[in-house]
Ligand binder design. Sequence first.
Ligand code: SF4
Length: 398
Amino acid sequence: MIYSHSRLQAYENCPLKFKLRYLDHIKREEAESIEAFVGKRVHEVLQKLYEEALLTRTNTLGDLLNYYDLLWKENWNDNITIVRKKYNKEHYYQFGRKGIENYYKRYQPFDQSITIGTEMKVNFDLDQAGKYKITGYIDRVAHTNGIYEAHDYKTGASLPSQKHLDTDRQLAFYQIAIQEKWPDAKEVRLIWHYLAFDLDLISKREPADLEKLKMDTITLIDKIETAKEFPAIESGLCNWCEYPDLCPKRKHFYIVENLGENGYFKDKGVSLTNKYAQLAGEKEKIDEKINIVKEQIIQYACKENIEIIKGNDHKVKVKITSRLKFPGKETLERAAIDSLLKDEGKWLEVSDLNAVTLSKICKQNTWDKSLIDKVREFATEEDTVSVYLSQLDEYEED
Ligand code: SF4
């Protein structure tokens, strides 16, 4: 498989979705999100701007906004979904328009650098043998005085930190591609244009950063290609996922959405969840009352110097024990005790195998495979079932 930043990110965000889309090739009539729709239109407008600027035609802001209107009308369709219900089509339309205006005013007459290409496809290998292949599209590549630039237009409504961008994978990939394509590049600058914020963020990568990126990406690709399990990882992105019917985390939402009001209230899952939430609420109130009485019992027992209190059919025993408390893990004091006990040869008397951590290591294969295989021989597989209750989030409510 040829990988791209978005493919790798798809796996990192949710292995199940990655599997359904890229390994099982389950095609879905993609309901395009309004965010993606706006992003595409804005990219098309800026592509026109720079392609035509190269041929000495400078678009006015009016030209670009008219083109945006035209693209919007031509491409709008009823399958475009708006997940954030407090915003409507007009809000998003204006949001994209504002981004174009911001960009235009900041950069006209667009002669800061010379554009080499827009929406430029790049391919490169992560290794000498060409086993690990990466592909991608750079929004715009430009140069000035031997300095190359990879430009990325961002049309979202959130701004990442500089620290986040300094470790961003996507544009660093593009730096590798640019350096391979134009070895004369003295420097490559990675530039993100956050249109809604009228702000540019810039980052640079040193050769050692790129080498590390290559190694990390190879490790990730190996992990993907040897994966046996593809867990569903729930996140805010689920609201835009095209496979809710195939996902154990979202299947029930999908089923009840299509039931209609009558069917919804008759659904077994809905009524069980409602019952469970009701009982859990009652239990919480009772627990609060129990804690108040427990506190009163302790105060009574201490005041009267009584250890066992008699009731009609029950008795309550109050036991006060004191124990030594030692510093928690990851503290310097804890490290000092660890080392003292090891030096004194007493470590094994008080240390214990952390079975939870060991199980996690085996599941995530973070040790050498041969060691994990040996450890696994001592383990038996056992399922534990937990049931958690929580409030629906704003996108999950009807
Ligand atoms: S709905 Fe969420 S958890 Fe399920 S496959 Fe899609 S992204 Fe993954």
